[in-house]
Design a protein around this ligand. Structure first.
Ligand code: ACO
Length: 327
């Protein structure tokens, strides 16, 4: 029987403070009606000024470890998918390793923006299948609110803060991660970017003045590519595994825009009752969105043993990715 990786525990965490569309109406020229119609978002969570990405990771990770019945010292590897880590160096994964007391674990971050969790899932799956490690903690976490221009209505209404975590362990048999699929097209890098603070534009008074440490997005151009790409991606992922859309129990999409989610579900002829949606409560939490939604459906008992679960994401890079799981 083939060796697979299997998700054995899930957890999530979102900061307490809620920022509603009505709150945003007071900050920028927008309306609850516009945000709801164009995105499906009603509110998002915002971290305290003292709260960091690794703090969010810690809470989500504790929940995932408890669900898996694992102790932190039993972990071999910690992967954090994030584009809003505590600092450029060291990795947020190392900071989490210390906070958890996971003294036997290696740790690294990866950045594939909103596709980050699925890139991490693919990495973790291959580490386990290759036999290099046995117990992995994978976290998707973002404090997007600290990288937003709160005067830019085209981005500030979209993003929120949160974290989701899973534990992965080896498993023999039909259950587990069946396949992962990773793609990128860097020619569209400027569709979504945070241009300042790196080696191209090191921090300076100019980068601060021009708000280059804030997310810039060509929303409409991104939207069109996302719909086209994700429709093909979900169909291809099922075909590669010889699974029919009607056999799917749950689609867990990246939570960027309800119109994108609905278009993807329609392409599979999937009723919305089989789609995990929580962006009305959290907005786009980038790499945290899929593990946050996954944890919610798991804890609500909406996924059962042997169910086929399809995960998909699209984000900056551009990057896109999918995974099919037999739960
Ligand atoms: N409130 C009111 N009006 C607004 C707002 C706002 N918050 N934001 C933009 N508008 C206006 C625009 O100025 C424009 O006005 P104009 O026609 O007078 O020029 C009009 O609304 C339409 O703007 P569009 O950008 O064309 O609106 P669209 O329907 O495309 O919706 C959105 C914008 C929600 C951003 C959508 O394009 C989208 O979801 N894009 C995809 C985002 C995505 O998937 N990103 C990937 C992940 S992100 C990551 O990886 C970090």
């Amino acid at each position: 029987m083939s060796l697979r990786s299997r998700i054995t525990g899930t957890g999530s965490y979102a900061p307490e403070t809620v920022l509603t569309n009505s709150d945003l109406e007071k900050k920028v020229d927008t309306s609850d009606e516009w945000i709801t119609e164009r995105t499906g978002i009603k509110e998002r969570r915002i971290a305290k000024s003292s709260e960091t990405t690794s703090d969010l990771c810690l809470e989500a990770s504790k929940n995932a470890l408890q669900a898996a019945g694992l102790k932190a010292w039993e972990l071999d590897l910690i992967i954090v998918a994030t584009m809003s880590g505590d600092m450029p160096m060291p990795s947020t994964a190392s900071l989490l390793q210390k906070k958890l007391g996971a003294k036997n674990a290696g740790a690294f971050d990866l950045n594939a923006a909103c596709s980050g969790f699925l890139y991490g899932l693919s990495a973790a799956d291959n580490f386990i299948k290759g036999g290099a490690v046995k117990r992995i903690l994978l976290v998707g976490a973002e404090v997007m609110s600290k990288f937003i221009d709160w005067k830019d209505r085209s981005t500030c209404v979209l993003f929120g803060d949160g974290a989701g975590a899973v534990t992965l362990e080896p498993s023999r048999g039909k259950r587990g991660v069946l396949s992962t699929h990773l793609y990128s097209d860097g020619s569209m890098w400027d569709f979504i970017c945070l241009p300042g603070g790196g080696s191209q534009h090191p921090p300076s008074s100019k980068t601060i003045k021009n708000k280059m440490h804030c997310i810039k997005m060509k929303g409409n151009e991104t939207f069109k590519v996302a719909v086209r790409t994700l429709e093909k991606l979900v169909v291809d992922t099922l075909k590669k595994n010889k699974v029919k859309p009607s056999e799917l129990s749950m689609l867990i999409p990246h939570q960027a825009n309800l119109r994108i989610i609905k278009a993807t579900a329609e392409r599979l002829d999937l009723p919305m009752s089989k789609v995990a949606v929580n962006l009305h409560r959290y907005g786009n939490t980038s790499s945290a969105s899929i593990p946050l939604a996954l944890d919610e459906v798991v804890r609500a008992g909406r996924i059962k043993k042997d169910d086929y679960i399809l995960l998909e994401a699209f984000g900056a890079g551009l990057t896109w990715a999918s995974a099919l799981i037999r739960w």
